[in-house]
Design a protein around this ligand. Sequence first.
Ligand SMILES: [Mn+2]
Length: 447
Amino acid sequence: MKRSKRNIEESVYQSRRSRLLKQLRGEAALLVSAPQHTRSRDQLFDYHQNSDLFYLTGFSEPECALLLVGGTRGPRSVLFLRDRDLNDEQWHGERLGIKRARRRFAVDEVRDIQQFPAAFSEMLTNARALHYLPGVNPAFDLHVHNLFASQVGPRLQYPNILKDVRLILSQMRFVKDRGEIQSLRHAADITARAFSMFFPLIKQVASERHGAALLESFFYKLGAHGLAFPSIVAAGKNATTLHHSPQLQPLWKRELVLIDAGASFRGYSGDITRTVPVSGKFSPPQADVYDVVWAALQAAIAKARPQSSLDEIHEAAVKQLTKGLIDLGILRGSLAENIETGSYRRFYMHRTSHWLGLDTHDIAPVTYNGSGGTTLLLPSSMRPLISGVALTIEPGLYFDAKDSKVPARYRGIGIRIEEDVLIVPGGCDVLSSGLPSSRAEIESLMS
Ligand SMILES: [Mn+2]
């Protein structure tokens, strides 16, 4: 098959597959599509492809699987997918089908997904281990289960070891390549611009849900491919619930509204949070809290550079937030004492960062090659940052409306500010910088 017929993107996916195959060293990997989920009766939820499979193929149809076998007779890559079915397509949309898939994908073989159960075990006979992630799709779990389930004793045939496919894929997906960085940058930029189009209109917003729909309309107007996650629009004290889903509640003029939303572009996520006064002007207590969170954001961004870590970023945010809580008279005692006891957690109960990529809460590896060739097992929050990784920085403070330990003027205030950053040599690039975050800039944007 001539390469010229394929688009440039396919060569990126092809090279990812061959990098994975190289690491399999005689073993096999199975990546499967996400299942479709029923909403009710014959209605389905929006379909979202399994990110690992998408990373290796760019394919977003359901009912497909990628089998990579690094066998003794040379590596093989096989993509199983649904063939065309004009009757089904009449109702549910066009399928790529086998013939066109053979032109599009630079895999060794394209086969009908209906042949999968029979072909699967037969193709694995020379692979010592199968790299797979159970729980993505129960239909495929059953095939893997049947392969391994034996009443008699240890399997005589290969494969007889099951490995977590994420050990390799999390390594591969961690550092973003040029195309991924472009997509992340564009997703963050669309999100930032949509927020700035939305804010001046906030006084016309009838409810949290209307606000979410209006903001999302700007995502699509600016070319978003979808939403990175369900938008959070939280009016007033609803903002103290971290992942509040938008309701029919109106945005009251004297209150704040917290908006945490993101456009996706080519599967990559934007994820921005701003908390703004519906009236356009922060009240003095709202301003006090806002400035503390904003200072924490700046301190945390200053730590986003190679060799730092998510823990270091988090510690910088915690230090500023705790200092602010003491200054506001909410916490008593010394800074060190309050950090030590974790008293701030009552008002800041989440971490400062998560990785960003194909998944909004992106995957990160747990192993790390330390000095002297040693392999360290580290939670990703301790892992030294390197150029090309993307993450969010999102400090916040949340005061429960009924918390009698908090001065009355702060009760019911929830504020979070979130930026998307890319680690670059010497520091970071704030991908969401198209949208201002300081109190004065927010107020001027809203007028
Ligand atoms: Mn986030």
